[in-house]
Design a protein around this ligand. Structure first.
Ligand code: BGC
Length: 818
């Protein structure tokens, strides 16, 4: 069943039934001020940090679902309704929600009255603008009451829910005509307040929740709305809100536009007050005056649209398959940008008060947006590297506001350091900005210990070399990429975290996945050394990498596939000798990408084992058979019921590793089959089962051992976005920026006839047409650049604005290194 459809011409997903199987959300904002918005206008706004500067309240995991938002109520002669259906849930004559790029438009119609709201956050502004259009579509004049509603969060979203003995007494507001201010704690340590404004005189207002709603009413039927009578309440403690009431008359056919602005203001110490206890509103008024007419709002909105046009013209695909095109051209890139902005903080599954920025997550996210905002990618690399330790290890997470490592979680996740080599080298290939390698970057935020970024990459490399276990494989530490494979944690206490408990560190547990990762990024490091004139360094690195390749062949191979690890006792993990968890996806992916043993068929065998044992209708599961009992020596992985999360769920993040692995041995059909299986636009028709948004990836789809295979969870904020984008653009469509040129190396189903791509890179535009007249999966026979044949499939960078590239695939491929 479908709940809507894609509108590619406007780059929107159009929801036509408000009762989606889960709130289908969108994000507003691009730099400092953000909002989440569901298809029924649920969600919340925050400034920079969803925990410490949350403006409005939202109730996670509540009844009903998706509780709290910016709501409009209409009382039209006793019929009460909301344009977004919720919270009133009156059946509408028409409903439509259009989620676009950083904006959402929600429209409802009831009894010849139409209400449409465009929600967006203008660029470089700390406010959410809501342009509400009301229209009388009938033949009779209309007179009705309109109420707006937001509930203020007392800033710290964590404390807001917990510290009621204090919070129910601290709330403070100020009322100034059509602007309702929230100023809790402003008189002491806060230099910020929020406001909710409408650009018209109001008939009344409310700022106290109980006065507005009634103590035992739900938000679906606030007393003031039902009676059509605002209370003009002033909140003193309890729960402050902001609600405007306007009485509106519309002649038949007449429309009226109103602008609501939900804003955030900071005032430096001296400028806090206008007079005793009266806040200084100058900055608020200035902000309001930028958007307080429909014309101004539209100009700002157009600015936002142009911003996205500019970003998305950097990679444009025409394949003839609209589902593929819309993911590659629009939604996948959009999700990468949102994930960049949010990391793992705020979604329908992340409550915005938990995790900081992950070291490994942020490095991986970068490969999905580096082509869109290279400058911001550069800063991100520096921020991440500044939290690294001198021995190359890293805090597992850091806080977005302070950019400091998070002591509470600590480090020792031994894959972490290597991801920095991934992000830095991808950045270099995209931009050619080798200067970044000389940038002085502190270790653990200590400027006195700053070293060039290159030294951080070297420290990352040697962190592996210096931490090898008994077989010569990398020690796993608390966990590698799989946070839940905790081989040094033996936990019997349900109150402790698997991630921070490391109670048996025998320096024995080893990871074959890190070994594969090390071979891939160790080679990248060696190559970088060579390119920057560090030949000796490069040779030494190559030597360590070759050593690791041999070690994996000797100790990391199980006969048909790569082992996953050795546990604390030195026993094999992910081997046919095990009863459960005989095979894992991660080591197959990384060792295949590293091409370890490719010459004697290991890669092919391992990938065949993936197909046979891990693949299913909905994607590739993480391990098989799923764990059915708690294995204390494996940690959290075996705590999940079979088929979910790291215990044999389809962890979409790692499926692309297998796709890329398949392209290494030229199996375009397989790579494509895996891509399609988890790609949301191909799952639209099974939305009822899939549950989460058909326009973005979810972190996890329940695997074949689950109660309900195919059901997705954790949409939006996941490394899945970046890795799928990377796999499809760089390895399937095969357009890969490299240091000296743009490499063209597709690996596609043999039946594909070709496709076109426009790629902007380093201020140059390449119009590339790939044709496949001989029906091959891999191999480039000829490349013409502006009609001239080049040698091989690497288009050397050369100054120029626009190049036309004709690529002919075929079996005569001159093979170049990737
Ligand atoms: C975390 C990643 C981790 C993955 C697998 C995600 O929730 O953000 O850092 O690699 O789970 O455990």
């Amino acid at each position: 069943m479908n709940y809507g459809h894609f509108d590619d011409s406007t780059r929107e997903y159009v929801i036509t039934n408000p009762m989606t199987p889960w709130p289908w959300i969108n994000y507003l904002g691009n730099e400092d001020f953000f909002s989440l918005i569901s298809n029924t206008a649920g969600g919340y706004a925050f400034y920079r940090d969803a925990k410490f500067r949350r403006l409005t309240r939202y109730r996670y995991n509540n009844v009903p679902m998706d509780n709290g938002g910016r709501y409009f109520y209409i009382n039209d002669g006793g019929t009460v309704w909301s344009p977004g259906w919720k919270p009133v849930k009156t059946v509408l004559d028409h409903y439509e929600c259009r989620h676009g790029l950083s904006y959402t438009r929600i429209a409802g119609r009831k009894n010849d009255l139409e209400a449409s709201v465009l929600f967006f956050i203008p660029l470089k502004s700390w406010c959410e603008v809501q342009l509400l259009t009301l229209k009388n579509t009938g033949r009779q004049p209309k007179r009705f009451k309109l109420f707006s509603f937001v509930e203020w969060c007392l800033w710290n979203a964590d404390d807001d829910q917990n510290n009621l003995q204090r919070n129910l007494s601290t709330g403070e507001v100020e009322i100034d005509g059509s602007t309702l201010f929230h100023k809790t704690e402003y008189k002491d340590r806060r230099d910020h307040y929020a406001f909710y404004h409408v650009n018209a005189p109001v008939q009344g207002y409310d700022t106290d929740r109980e006065s507005f709603a009634g103590l035992y009413n739900e938000l679906s039927g606030p007393q003031a709305v039902l009676e059509g009578q605002p209370r003009n309440s002033c909140a003193h403690g309890w729960s402050p809100i902001a609600s405007h009431c306007l009485e509106i008359e519309l002649a038949p056919g007449q429309a009226r536009e109103l602008i609501f602005i939900l804003g955030y203001v900071e005032n430096a110490g001296e400028q806090k007050w206008e007079s005793a206890n009266v806040i200084n509103k100058t900055n608020a008024q200035a902000l309001i005056s930028r958007f307080d007419t429909p014309e101004k709002a539209r100009v700002a909105f157009n600015g936002l649209r142009s911003y996205w046009d500019g970003l998305l013209n950097r990679f444009v695909l025409k394949s003839g398959d609209e589902k593929l095109d819309r993911m590659v051209n629009i939604w996948n890139q959009y999700q990468c940008m949102v994930t960049f902005n949010m990391s793992r903080s705020a979604s329908c599954f992340e409550v915005g008060i938990g995790r900081g920025m992950g070291f490994r997550d942020s490095n991986q996210d970068l490969i999905g947006f580096v082509h869109l905002v290279p400058d911001r990618a550069r800063q991100r690399i520096i921020d991440i590297a500044s939290t690294q330790f001198e021995d190359g290890g890293a805090y597992h997470q850091y806080q977005p506001l302070t950019k400091r490592g998070n002591d509470a979680i600590g480090g020792n996740f031994n894959d972490d350091p290597l991801w920095l080599i991934l992000s830095a080298t991808e950045y270099l290939k995209e931009t050619g900005d080798f200067g970044i390698l000389d940038e002085m970057v502190p270790f653990d935020h200590d400027e006195t210990r700053a070293k060039p970024l290159f030294d951080h990459l070297k420290a990352s490399f040697y962190h592996v070399v210096n931490n090898l276990g008994p077989h010569g494989l990398p020690l796993i530490g608390r966990a590698d990429w799989n946070d839940c494979l905790n081989l040094n944690c033996f936990s019997t206490n349900p109150d402790e975290s698997f991630q921070t408990t490391e109670n048996r560190t025998g320096k024995t547990a080893e990871s074959v996945m890190i070994a594969g990762l090390f071979v891939v990024y160790g080679r990248e490091f060696a190559r970088l050394c060579r390119l920057t004139g560090r030949q000796q360094e490069s040779n030494t690195a190559e030597m360590h990498v070759s050593q690791m390749v041999e070690t994996v062949k000797q100790y990391g191979w199980d006969g048909e596939w790569y082992l996953r690890a050795y546990d604390f006792f030195g026993r094999k993990v992910g081997s046919r000798e095990n009863d459960e968890g005989k095979i894992f996806i991660e080591s197959q992916g990384w060792c295949a990408m590293a091409e370890i043993g490719k010459e004697n068929g290991m890669v092919e065998k391992a990938l065949d084992a993936v197909k046979e044992r891990l693949d299913c209708e909905h994607g590739i599961v993480l391990n098989n058979p799923a764990f059915t009992k708690y294995m204390i020596e494996y940690g959290e992985i075996s705590t999940y019921p079979p088929g979910y999360k790291e215990n044999a769920g389809i962890f979409c993040h790692n499926n692309p590793w297998i796709m890329i692995g398949e392209t290494m041995i030229g199996r375009g059909e397989r790579a494509w089959e895996y891509y399609r299986k988890i790609c949301p636009s191909y799952l639209e028709d099974i939305s009822e089962l899939h549950k989460t948004e058909p326009y973005v990836y979810a972190q996890m789809i329940a695997g074949k051992d689950a109660h309900k295979p195919g059901e997705a969870k954790n949409s939006w904020l996941t490394g899945t976005a970046a890795w799928n984008y990377y796999a499809v653009t760089r390895y399937i469509l095969g357009i890969r920026p490299d240091y000296d040129g743009l490499l063209i190396d597709p690996c596609i189903p043999a039946a594909w006839e070709g496709y076109e791509i426009t790629r902007r890179l380093r201020d140059t535009t390449y119009h590339i047409r790939v044709s496949n007249p001989h029906g091959v999966s891999k191999g480039v026979m000829q490349v013409l650049v502006d009609g001239e044949e080049i040698n091989g499939n690497l288009i050397p960078y050369s100054p120029g604005n626009v190049f036309t590239v004709e690529v002919t695939m075929g079996i005569m491929a001159p093979v170049l290194a990737h």
